[in-house]
Design a binder for this molecule. Structure first.
Ligand SMILES: Cc1cc2nc3c(=O)[nH]c(=O)nc-3n(C[C@H](O)[C@H](O)[C@H](O)COP(=O)(O)O)c2cc1C
Length: 207
């Protein structure tokens, strides 16, 4: 059995630690966040920290890295109040990963990859064409995480777009596998999933 103590972790090579600590909490969600600047430049970037916060009201949260370098997604969200969440699917993982490259703010990642932007209804932020599950979100609040200078951004889901009938079951549940949604393993690994089972609401055993 391999064991690492806190002292071992602190003394690790930076890249080794980054890979270990980024993968040791399990699979993460894989999403592209779409935003538009006040100057009209679209932005798309990969985020693995988007998580469910609550369903009534429908809230999501994600972690934003320290704003010690320019963060186009964050600036656009603060300026416009809106963004899109687009599930990364198996056909686009290479381009999706490339959106993490640091381009100047006047360069749209949509022009540097084969990813295409699409506008739905009157929602002002760009969606990623072809993504089968997409959300239109409104930013609500940012909370400082003092321990590592990150921010927890809390937002409300205003729109849910599901491309095909076979993704959703009668009770509302989305079978992500049917949308080819992938999961993120660490900081650079992308995995497909295959459903094992679903279970009824768990209640304490009587005996
Ligand atoms: C797999 C992966 C997951 C990432 N997840 C996050 C994340 O959850 N939060 C974050 O702030 N940056 C995350 N990043 C980094 C952003 O994608 C990167 O900083 C990107 O350049 C941000 O673009 P922007 O400056 O246009 O906002 C991730 C990068 C990769 C490769």
């Amino acid at each position: 059995m391999i064991h690492y103590s806190r002292t071992d972790i602190d003394q690790m090579d930076k890249i080794f630690r980054l890979n270990l600590i980024n993968s040791c909490t399990g699979f993460k969600s894989a999403n592209l966040l779409g935003t538009k600047s006040l100057n009209g430049v679209s932005n798309v970037a990969v985020f693995s920290s988007i998580t469910h916060l609550g369903s009534n009201p429908p809230l999501i949260g994600f972690i934003l890295r320290p704003t010690t370098v320019p963060r186009d997604t964050y600036r656009n969200i603060k300026d416009t109040g809106v963004f899109t969440v687009n599930h990364i699917y198996s056909d686009i993982i290479e381009d999706a990963h490339h959106t993490s490259a640091k381009y100047p703010d006047e360069v749209s990642e949509f022009t540097k990859t084969d990813l295409e932007e699409e506008f739905l209804g009157d929602f002002p932020a760009p969606f990623v064409k072809g993504a089968k599950i997409r959300l239109g979100c409104r930013f609500l609040n940012a909370y400082e995480i003092k321990e590592n200078d990150t921010l927890l951004l809390v937002s409300a889901i205003e729109h849910v777009f599901i491309a095909d009938q076979d993704i959703q079951q009668e009770d509302g549940w989305l079978k992500l596998e049917n949308a080819n949604t992938v999961a993120i393993n660490g900081l650079d690994g992308y995995a497909t999933t295959s459903l094992l089972d679903r279970y009824a609401y768990a209640r304490p055993k009587k005996v």
